[in-house]
Design a protein around this ligand. Sequence first.
Ligand code: KIV
Ligand code: ZN
Length: 527
Amino acid sequence: MSDNRIFVFDTTLRDGEQSPGASLNVYEKVEIARQLERLGVDIIEAGFPVSSPTQFEAVERVAGEVGMTVAALARAKEIDIKTAYDAIKHSAKPRIHTFASTSDFHILGKFGEDKYGKTLQEKRKTVVQMSYDAVAYAKTFCNDIEFSAEDAGRTEIGYLAEVVEAAISAGALTINIPDTTGYTLPSEFGNMIAELRKRVSNIDKAIISVHCHNDLGLGVANSISAIENGARQVECTINGIGERAGNASLEEIVMALKVRKDYFSYYTNIKTEEIYNTSRMVSGFTGMIVQPNKAIVGENAFAHESGIHQDGMLKNRNTYEIMTPETVGVRKTKIVLGRHSGRHGLKARLDELGYKLTGDELDRVYKMFTELADKKKEVFDDDLRTLMGDEINKESDFYELSNIQVSAGTSAIPTATVKITAGEESLMESATGDGPVDALFNAIERALDIKSNVESYQVRSVTSGRQAMGEALVRIRSGEKSFTGRGVSTDIIEASGKAFLQAINYLIKFQKTNEINNHEKAKIDAI
Ligand code: KIV
Ligand code: ZN
């Protein structure tokens, strides 16, 4: 049976965080990592430590927090590999995940003549050596080394086999075959795995892993086809988030194997009842809304709308339901807290939803909870999740919106006044705009003396009814990077202001760390 065990490698905190606009702070990463442990993933990829001091810190914190294998990403460069190991060295089970590009597109596009050789053949040879050297060097730090052949999906199979064989001979215990650009088709990708098993003489010394992007919507199908052809590790993310169109979604792969165990005999160690909580937590912290019709975790995944379907369901659930909502942790009955619920009740419910709070954090959340319960009679799970995603993760040096006053009307000029504080600093400004939200954004920009480019702005209600909390998401862009802020309040104008200010906070923080980064990069380049 063990041959049919599929290892789940979750990369929500690394590839998932590379989704446009989704940046997670250290607190959020640790909280998600704990939830992934509860979910039962086998390996968690915590980040790319060499890329920034904040990434390093987050990987280090996660490594010290959870008991499962913690992987850190590193290019096939000594400085990356050493930094990756430094970040995970306190983990109970550290894994260095190093990678090199193998497709001709990447080799010709990324590798210059000076270091890699003049012709394609010369460059290919350099990449084989570089892959071998990277694994051998990583092996001097720890035993568990994973090697990825970036853009393997578009790599000529004979050459791919050569690189894989070299990486295994240097000691790689896991060989990852990424479809980096989401280009392949299920049968084609499955055949690729089967071919590698035939062509690579030492393949039995490593576990084959796959990492499928979703550009053609085939990430999950490709991963399953790879499993059928011998892959035993899948790399995936919660809600399928990740670069561009995202990665294969963890919940879809896991549930496909579970629901269709009559067809497949594969299994994972995932506690599927934790899927929904994990999905909501990741969506809340990243600000990436799950589409309602998303398989497994979308709002409509278990909703039956037409009369014929409802009638069928009442007679026998099997008519239109292939898995129960409870299997993935969606509850039939909603638990409601209210003004009279005490700290214990709140803590117990938050524990069940996957949030582990320290005494101080619980004090802050309890205060927010009582303020909310005063405004709305019933506080639902989604309200609590929203609170957790809002104030609790605020960073100490962030600007806060401490007061707003907005006036607008059909014949009035929309005007907003804001008071923004950060520690001792306090700033006040007023501005007009095309509407109340525009006036508010203008006032915030004026107070901080910053101009930003708002790329997207959304408002939605988190729970139902007139007293529902409003959640606003604002994405701003600065050059190549975008930043998403999220704000909640029973007042949607206030929620919008909070979201905008949070996005600006992330931008300012990025600019500050980037200055350090450029300095670090100069040091790295000099090595
Ligand atoms: O998509 C990809 O190729 C990756 C690798 C770094 C594994 O994310
Ligand atoms: Zn990827």
